[in-house]
Design a protein around this ligand. Structure first.
Ligand code: NAD
Length: 343
């Protein structure tokens, strides 16, 4: 079975999902939409990806720029089994009625509210509940990171209480109009930030409070995680459990991997495309146990951590496999997840 997929919105997340789909044997990328012609269209064309204008009034823009489009979003939808909405946060919901009109399944991203799909997804946590669904929302980069680590620790030791401080990157590297550029901004000042309630959409039983700050950085987020667990665990117990998950990498700061910029430089030296790190990175030295209390710090590459989750969401919704482990293995092997990031 080969599933036909369209992508609406070819920005930070959309272009990475497109590249990931091109690597799957059980998926076909029918095309992507763009609002305007730019260098991203040129690269998509060079990769042989079909481009569709996001609406009919924009077709002329592409023609004037000498870029051939195959039609509009509606033409794309006619030829798809499923659409991955990668439009900016809050815009995706406005497209739901069009997806409904063409009777295609749809995946929304974390910038949309939970209610747009009625189901929020993370591959480790709730793959089986996504099987056959028409609408799924893949949670945001921060929530994906929290889902992975809290799921693993909860399953092994039982989480009584989770308290997390999130230090958020201010913008993605290409976003030259966003900030902050000289401030640490509580996001929001009041407690909790939206991340805890969002985590509860996937793992409702976890007692969690989150506090977030946005900082002048574009590379990664950092989370400081403090947990109270039911069954006491040593540092090596925690490391052994987390090491079992391919999408979690425990790295040592000893060889200089002691900052977000060093982690990114390592990914660049490894030759990773766009220096992407879809794995959640946890600093080994930050894992500290006081019996029933665990601390750890983790770094999150916001631009790529949700990409494997989108691929697994497609497999679950299209019933390609009902086995989460099989989907995760296929995704990870095809995207080279976990293999080379070893320090
Ligand atoms: P982006 O701005 O990089 O890309 C959005 C794309 O959609 C752009 O190509 C833009 O031209 C296009 N677009 C804009 N308006 C449109 C419209 N009305 N119709 C169709 N296309 C339109 O955004 P992004 O960072 O890729 O974010 C997409 C979604 O993924 C959001 O929900 C966001 O919250 C979520 N997300 C982003 C990140 C991240 O770090 N960038 C991480 C996880 C999840």
């Amino acid at each position: 079975m080969v599933v036909r997929i369209g992508i609406n919105g070819y920005g930070t997340i959309g272009k990475r999902i497109a590249d990931a789909i091109l690597k799957q044997k059980d998926m076909e990328l029918v095309g992507i939409t763009k609002t305007k012609p730019n260098f991203e269209c040129k690269i998509a064309m060079e990769k042989g990806i079909s481009i569709f204008a996001s609406s009919s009034d924009r077709v002329k823009l592409f023609e004037e720029a000498g870029i051939k489009v195959k039609g509009t979003l509606e033409d794309l939808l006619k030829n798809c089994d499923i659409i991955v909405d990668c439009t900016p946060g809050g815009i995706g919901a406005s497209y739901k009625s069009i997806y409904e009109k063409y009777n295609v399944k749809a995946i929304f991203q974390g910038g949309e509210k939970h209610d747009v799909a009625g189901f929020s997804f993370n591959a480790y946590c709730n793959y089986k509940e996504a099987i056959g669904r028409k609408y799924v929302r893949v949670v945001s980069c921060n929530t994906t990171a929290l889902c992975r680590v809290l799921y693993a620790i909860d399953k092994a030791f039982g989480i009584r209480k989770a308290r997390v401080v999130l230090i958020r990157r201010g913008a993605d590297p290409h976003e030259d109009s966003k900030g902050p550029i000289n401030s640490i901004v509580p996001d929001p000042v009041s407690i909790p930030s939206h991340h805890g309630p969002d985590l509860n959409k996937v793992l409702p039983h976890i007692n969690i409070t989150t506090i977030a700050f946005a900082v002048p950085e574009t590379l990664m987020h950092v989370h400081v995680v403090n947990l109270e667990v039911n069954n006491s665990a040593t540092e090596s117990d925690v490391i052994n459990i987390l090491s079992k998950y391919s999408r979690i990498k425990i790295v040592s700061a000893k060889l200089g991997l002691d900052s977000t910029s060093a982690i990114i430089e390592y990914a660049r030296d490894l030759g990773r495309k766009r220096y992407d790190i879809p794995e959640l990175i946890i600093w080994k030295e930050s894992i500290k146990s006081y019996g029933n209390e665990i601390y750890l710090s983790q770094a999150v590459h916001q631009e790529s951590i949700v990409i494997p989750e989108n691929i697994d969401a497609i497999r679950a919704m299209m019933k390609i496999t009902e086995d989460p482990e099989e989907s995760i293995r296929l995704t990870d092997e095809s995207l080279g997840i976990g293999g080379d990031f070893n320090i």
